[in-house]
Design a protein around this ligand. Sequence first.
Ligand SMILES: Nc1ncnc2c1ncn2[C@@H]1O[C@H](COP(=O)(O)OP(=O)(O)O)[C@@H](O)[C@H]1O
Ligand SMILES: [Mg+2]
Length: 361
Amino acid sequence: MRKIALVNQKGGCGKTTTAVNLASFLADMGRKVLLVDMDPQGHCALNLGTPPESVVKSTHEVLTAALPMAEAVTPVHENLDAVFSNVVLSAFEQLMSGVPDREYRLKEALSHVEFLYDYILVDCPPSVGLLTFNALMACDEALVPVDSSANSLHGLDRLIDSMAFIRNHVGHAIQVRILPVNIAPRTRFGQWVLRTLREKYPGSCATSVITSSTRLREAAAHGQPVTRFSPQDHAYTEYQALALELLRMETHTPHVRKPEQTEQKVSQGASRHPEGARQVVFAFEAPEGMPVKVAGDFNNWKPEDLVPARSGDRTVWKKVMTLPPGTYQYKYVVDGRWIPDPVNSRVSEDVYGGYNSIMSV
Ligand SMILES: Nc1ncnc2c1ncn2[C@@H]1O[C@H](COP(=O)(O)OP(=O)(O)O)[C@@H](O)[C@H]1O
Ligand SMILES: [Mg+2]
């Protein structure tokens, strides 16, 4: 189980956008995810279609021990739960003044539910006050979105100092990963920001980069993660790559996927050919008008059509292939876009700087 704080004292640098979209991707990849909003602005709720003022059981009740964490959890979609916040949380710092162990409120609250999840993502407010401190004390990792602005780069040193302080004075080490967000990669400035981050913080920068995307803003305005709102946008591929980057570092055994999701996976059928070949079902959920193909080293990377099948209000595209034993690399081609299998965490880097999915027969 991993607990990751989305932290940066600068506002508007992509913390909530990253928290919501990463959480949604990890959930779609079969991980059990809890998203916790520690920002009184309540943007996690807003970006997931819930007006913050309508949130009754919020982070505030949990942190002030008025409510057990489990009772504040709202299901968002398959595998994704959230504890939302709203403006009431702004009273927390004042209320806790002089209260012993006030920095450990979130850590304590999470301890009662964390066994249920593979990932807990904690979205922080744009400050380094008591709420952010609670998040950092509760988490072992920090994902720091940095947008392309001088203020963002300037604040990064202070943030890293805060985490060094926590390590040196409290003995709590936090693994920091910097994520460039809202970067215009074709501009000189965008390239300079990327270069500066990688030179100044070698080893602490994520491989993934989230470039500027109007669709991300639109998705937030429609209260949907990009997984649901815009699978054709480059932001979809970029947040997917970030989720895969995190999956590749997993050391824990994820919770078992729910049975109804297993058909989405590349799954091996029962029928065996004499020479040991097996049937493999490629399956991908996508809207009906969005043609899906599969390509891999088993078909010389020549995309082959999957066939759509309705399942309730969902459409799952499928193709059955018979493959001899071996290890194969593959990708789906969705509406012309090449993407790795979102529900298969086994990946290897391709020659284009992306990822191929891997399966063994
Ligand atoms: N990659 C991006 N491209 C374009 N707009 C973005 C991107 N990431 C975030 N935004 C937008 O920037 C604004 C601030 O993002 P947000 O995630 O709320 O920041 P924070 O939580 O750090 O305050 C939002 O309107 C959001 O839609
Ligand atoms: Mg935010």
